[in-house]
Design a protein around this ligand. Structure first.
Ligand SMILES: Nc1ncnc2c1ncn2[C@@H]1O[C@H](COP(=O)(O)OP(=O)(O)O)[C@@H](O)[C@H]1O
Ligand SMILES: [Mg+2]
Length: 386
C-alpha cells in the first residue's frame, strides 16, 4: 500500500538495533504507559495511524491516538469492549439483548454462591480470550468445580503478568442456547458496515467452548441476519465505539440476536485469510485503508463461499506430528492449511489452553460445500501427541 509501518510489540524484536525507526517495544502491562511510549516515539517519527491487533492493544491505540489527534475510539469504549464485566453492564443498561450476569468476588465461597444460582450458567474470567477459562455449569457441583479451575488459571504466572490475576472476580452468566455466529465489521464515524457474517455450524454447548468451523456467507434467513447486524450495531453504539474493525459473537435465541461479545479488533488468529474484498483485498488492507483516511466503504466481500477451521487441540501433551497434510490439502475446495503449533512443544487443550493446532481454509460454490471440505480435510489429519 506504499505505507511505512512501525511494528510495536511487548517483546524486543531481533532487528530493533538495526532499524530503530521500524520497531518499538512497549510495556503492555499498563495501557497508559504503553501509550506514553508511543507518544515519545511519535515525537521523532510522526505517525499517520495506529492500528491495534488485539483486545489489549485496542485500548493502548485508543489512548495514544486521542493524544495524537488521529481517528480513534474513545479509550473508555476500547476498555469496555475488552473487559467482559464492563461489557455486560454496559449492554444490559442499554437494553441490548445480552446474558444476565453477576460477579463472583475472589474471596467468595463457591459452595455458597452455587446455591442461589440458576442453571445452566457459564463461568469465565473477565479479561481472557480464545474461550480460555470459559466453562458451563449445570448444577452446584459443576459450579464449584468451574470456580476452582478458573481460579487456578487466574493464578498462572503468565496470566497474572497480563495485568489480571488472582484478585480478579469471576463472571457468572446465564447460558444462552442457540446457533452462534460471528460478525466482522468496520465502524466509520459510528456507523457499522458489515464485512461478513460467519456461521459456526458446530454446536457450542459446552462444557468448554472450542471454536472450530467458520463459514461465510451465512445460511441463516435474511431476517435473522438483519437481527444480527442490528444487535451488533446497537452494541457498538452502547459501548461507544466509533472507528475501525469490530469482531462480534452473537447467538440466535428466542427470535432475537443476543450479543455474547464485541471486540474492537478484527478476527483473531489466521482466520482473516478466509476473507477477500473487491478484486482481492485482504481484511488487513481494508482496515489499513480506513485507518489512513481512505474510503473503505466500497469493500465488498467476494461472492464465493469461504471458510476456516480452527484445528482443535484434542488432548494435552507434546505435539509430535501432524500427518496427512498432503491428503488434507488435496480435498477439493481446500485452499490452504497452516499448522501453527510447534512440533516438539507442549500443547494445552481448553479450558486452560488458548491456542489452536492450526488452520484449514476452503473456498467453494456454496457454504455447505465449504463446510464439507473443511470436515473432510480435518478427518484426514493424523495428529500425534505424546
Ligand atoms: N452466556 C453464554 N451463553 C452461551 N454461550 C456462551 C456464553 N458465554 C460464552 N459462551 C460461549 O463461549 C464462547 C467463548 O466465550 P466468550 O465470552 O466469547 O470468551 P472469549 O473472549 O474467550 O471468546 C462463546 O463464543 C460462546 O460459544
Ligand atoms: Mg469470544
Amino acid at each position: 500500500m506504499g505505507v511505512d509501518a512501525v511494528v510495536a510489540s511487548d517483546r524486543r524484536q531481533a532487528l530493533e538495533g538495526l532499524q530503530p525507526e521500524r520497531t518499538l517495544t512497549l510495556d503492555l502491562v499498563s495501557p497508559e504507559r504503553a501509550a506514553r511510549q508511543i507518544l515519545r516515539f511519535a515525537l521523532d517519527h510522526p505517525l499517520a495511524a495506529i492500528v491495534p491487533s488485539d483486545d489489549l492493544t485496542a485500548e493502548v491505540a485508543a489512548i495514544a491516538a486521542r493524544r495524537l489527534r488521529l481517528p480513534h475510539n474513545p479509550p473508555e469504549a476500547a476498555r469496555t469492549a475488552r473487559r467482559k464485566d464492563l461489557l455486560r453492564r454496559t449492554l444490559r443498561a442499554a437494553g441490548v439483548p445480552t446474558p444476565r450476569y453477576r460477579l463472583l468476588p475472589p474471596a467468595a465461597d463457591p459452595q455458597a454462591a452455587a446455591q442461589d444460582q440458576a442453571y445452566p450458567c457459564v463461568l469465565k474470567p473477565t479479561f481472557l480470550a480464545a474461550s480460555r477459562g470459559v466453562i458451563r455449569a449445570d448444577d452446584a457441583a459443576g459450579f464449584a468445580a468451574a470456580v476452582r479451575r478458573i481460579r487456578a488459571i487466574l493464578a498462572l504466572p503468565e496470566v497474572m503478568e497480563r495485568g489480571g490475576g488472582a484478585e480478579e472476580p469471576i463472571l457468572v452468566e446465564e447460558f444462552i442456547p442457540g446457533a452462534e455466529v460471528a460478525l466482522e465489521g468496520l465502524l466509520r464515524e459510528g456507523r457499522l458496515q458489515t464485512l461478513a457474517i460467519f456461521d459456526k455450524p458446530d454446536p457450542l454447548d459446552g462444557p468448554f467452548f472450542e471454536e472450530t468451523i467458520y463459514v461465510t456467507p451465512s445460511r441463516h434467513p435474511v431476517e435473522a441476519q438483519q437481527a444480527i447486524e442490528a444487535t451488533a450495531a446497537a452494541a457498538a453504539r452502547a459501548i461507544g465505539l466509533t472507528e475501525g474493525p469490530v469482531h462480534a459473537e452473537l447467538r440466535l435465541h428466542a427470535g432475537e440476536a443476543w450479543l455474547i461479545e464485541l471486540a474492537a479488533r478484527s478476527i483473531g488468529g489466521l482466520c482473516s485469510r478466509a476473507l477477500r474484498f473487491g478484486t482481492g483485498m485482504t481484511l488487513e488492507e481494508v482496515i489499513l485503508m480506513h485507518a489512513l483516511g481512505g474510503d473503505a466503504g466500497a469493500a465488498v466481500r467476494t461472492r464465493d463461499a469461504s471458510g476456516v477451521m480452527m484445528i482443535p487441540i484434542p488432548s494435552g501433551g507434546i505435539l509430535r506430528a501432524v500427518g496427512g497434510q498432503q491428503e488434507a490439502r488435496a480435498v477439493p475446495g481446500v485452499v490452504d492449511l497452516a499448522v501453527s503449533a510447534t512440533l516438539g512443544r507442549p500443547i494445552v487443550p481448553l479450558p486452560e489452553g488458548s491456542s489452536y493446532l492450526g488452520f484449514i481454509f476452503a473456498r467453494a460454490g456454496s457454504p455447505a460445500e465449504v463446510e464439507a471440505a473443511l470436515r473432510e480435510a480435518h478427518r484426514r489429519l493424523r495428529i500425534v501427541i505424546d
